[in-house]
Design a protein around this ligand. Structure first.
Ligand SMILES: Cc1cc2nc3c(=O)[nH]c(=O)nc-3n(C[C@H](O)[C@H](O)[C@H](O)COP(=O)(O)OP(=O)(O)OC[C@H]3O[C@@H](n4cnc5c(N)ncnc54)[C@H](O)[C@@H]3O)c2cc1C
Length: 502
């Protein structure tokens, strides 16, 4: 006789909750009975429209084709992020942070070499954009899917309507994977004498029992913090942004872009996310430097919507992480687990990697919590690794204004981040340093180089000298021909979006 299925109870029907429902039901099949409980009155946060390539891995694992989900979610392709105005260094007013491709092995070593030559005083080209295929594709509004005969892996993410992705995943979870959906407000939990959760308590005397509880209740963190008392470690000491205002605008005329825009404003930055039916915009800012009304006005001015009748949504952000994500029989995911502000759009990436790691650890331990400590240590390190990369964007900025100078003066830096910055400014081998620190699994050397070079963090141009004749520099004309030739294997973004609907 087979064992009774493990009862997984998920609290929360935001993107994180439905991702959990789909992944657990898909991976564990008959071994799991999955119930998701959410309160429509409380609702979901409903922002979060950009992803990393991890979201492709998630849909691929579920066996859901892009043609099935993207048109339903007004989704577009994302080649990377263009940062505008984060530096005042001449020639470095914007740069592109691409996702990785197999082609980079032909161009990244030259880029790394050039940045090091410039860091050590040679006047050589070291802006990242020219070296990366995805930057070129984004500039030409070509999507990241090559012709069939172009045999290189290309990493890419998506832009999407987060409400529609939630609805899509809900339908898949219920309709295809047999997840039970309950619409209730949860007012508390019943504890076992060992402190673990035995059941969620709904209105009246209703109890929802389970073996494993997933806290996907958003910033409220109803289970992991409120019921289990797990401490929250704030990142406010080195990430100052704690609020956002979001507002849609019309789709741009012309070809659809395949990049997120991240533009520095007076006290934070504004995102710009192209969807097939509209553009998503928002301003992430520090409330210590700007109040909500002023932030909304600044965003409206930035978008040319000062007098437009477009509603704005104001949000508070809790930036940091719970000390342990897996406590007893409860796993926190999504905003209940932590949040590192949306600059690199990593939240859903962490949801997927947390769930994957948890399911693997849980199965490996024979459905016990044997592997919880090592799992928690890995998740904690991942948050810190991602946070360091985000902090670096602020610490290295070259902009005027109180907010930006406060960020540039921030001394609350991890040892790893200090080591990266030291290697860069001393003209050392940054790629080797990132590997030595073991942080390449969070952000690869390519990302660190793009960020620091993209800001123009080099000696003043007046101090640079011509490179030695025998320095093995990249032939830039040949580089341009190579990247342009590769780009011709990629269709216009709009053609790809159109094909999805055929
Ligand atoms: C300004 C901003 C921009 C962002 N941009 C990005 C981005 O570009 N990319 C990215 O990946 N992420 C982004 N994020 C993060 C992203 O929005 C979230 O990670 C994602 O939406 C998942 O949220 P969630 O499911 O954890 O929480 P929520 O969407 O808040 O869902 C919480 C759920 O819990 C339920 N709930 C809570 N308490 C109870 C209760 N007591 N009883 C019953 N139900 C309850 C609610 O009803 C809801 O269903 C952004 C976040 C912010 C704030």
């Amino acid at each position: 006789m087979s064992a009774a299925p493990h009862r997984f109870v998920i609290l929360g029907g935001g993107t994180a909750g439905w991702m959990a429902a789909c992944l657990i039901a898909h991976r564990l099949g008959q071994r799991a009975a999955v119930t998701l409980v959410e309160s429509p009155e409380i609702g979901i946060i409903g922002v979060g429209e950009g992803s990393t390539p991890q979201l492709k891995a998630f849909f691929d694992e579920l066996g859901i084709a892009e043609a099935t989900w993207m048109p339903r979610c007004n989704a577009t392709y994302k080649n990377g992020i263009r940062f505008h105005g984060w530096s005042d260094a001449p020639g470095y007013d914007s740069y592109f942070h691409p996702f990785q491709t197999a082609l980079d092995q032909h161009t990244a070593p030259g880029f790394f070499f050039h940045t090091r030559a410039r860091r050590t005083g040679r006047d050589v080209w070291a802006h990242p954009d020219r070296f990366f295929l995805l930057a070129r594709l984004a500039a030409e509004r070509r999507g990241p899917i090559p012709d069939e005969n172009f045999p290189f892996d290309i990493g890419y993410g998506y832009h999407f309507d987060s409400h529609l992705v939630g609805e899509f995943l809900r339908d898949h979870a219920i309709g295809t994977l047999g997840v039970t959906h309950l619409q209730r407000r949860i007012d508390g939990v019943r504890h076992h004498e060992n402190g673990e959760i035995v059941a969620l308590l709904g209105e009246g005397d209703e109890t929802i029992p389970g073996d494993v509880f997933i806290d996907a209740s958003g910033f409220r963190a109803t289970l992991i913090q409120a019921a289990l008392g797990e401490p929250f470690e704030s990142f406010a000491g080195n990430l100052f942004n704690d609020a956002a205002v979001a507002m849609p605008s019309a789709r741009d005329d012309g070809a659809t872009t395949c990049e997120t825009g991240a533009t520095a404003l007076s006290s934070g930055w504004a995102w710009r996310i192209p969807l097939t039916n509209r553009t998503g915009n928002g301003y992430v800012y520090a409330s210590a430097h700007l109040d909500a009304d002023a932030a909304e006005t600044e965003l409206r001015r930035h978008l040319g919507l000062l007098d437009a009748d477009v509603p704005a949504r104001h949000l508070k952000m809790k930036v940091g992480q719970v000390r342990r994500s897996w406590v007893g029989n409860c796993l926190a995911i999504g905003l209940a687990q932590g949040f590192i502000e949306p600059l690199e759009a990593t939240a859903l990436h962490i949801v997927h990697s947390t769930l994957s790691g948890f399911i693997e650890a849980y199965e490996a331990g024979g459905f016990t919590r044997q592997h919880a400590d090592s799992f928690n240590a890995a998740i904690h390190a991942r948050y810190e690794g991602i946070r360091d990369y985000i902090v670096c964007h602020y610490r290295m900025n070259r902009r005027p204004g109180d907010y930006w100078r406060a960020n540039a003066a921030n001394q609350d830096l991890s040892d790893n981040l200090k080591a990266v910055m030291t290697a860069w400014f001393r003209g050392e081998d940054l790629e080797a340093e990132v590997h030595r620190l073991g942080i390449e699994r969070y952000y690869a050397p390519l990302s660190w180089h793009c960020l620091l070079a993209g800001y123009g963090q080099f000696p003043d141009a007046a101090k640079l000298v011509p490179p030695e004749a025998d320095l093995p520099l990249t032939d830039l004309a040949a580089l341009d021909r190579f990247v342009a030739g590769c780009a011709r294997n990629f269709a216009p973004h709009d053609d790809l979006l159109h094909r999805l609907k055929e």
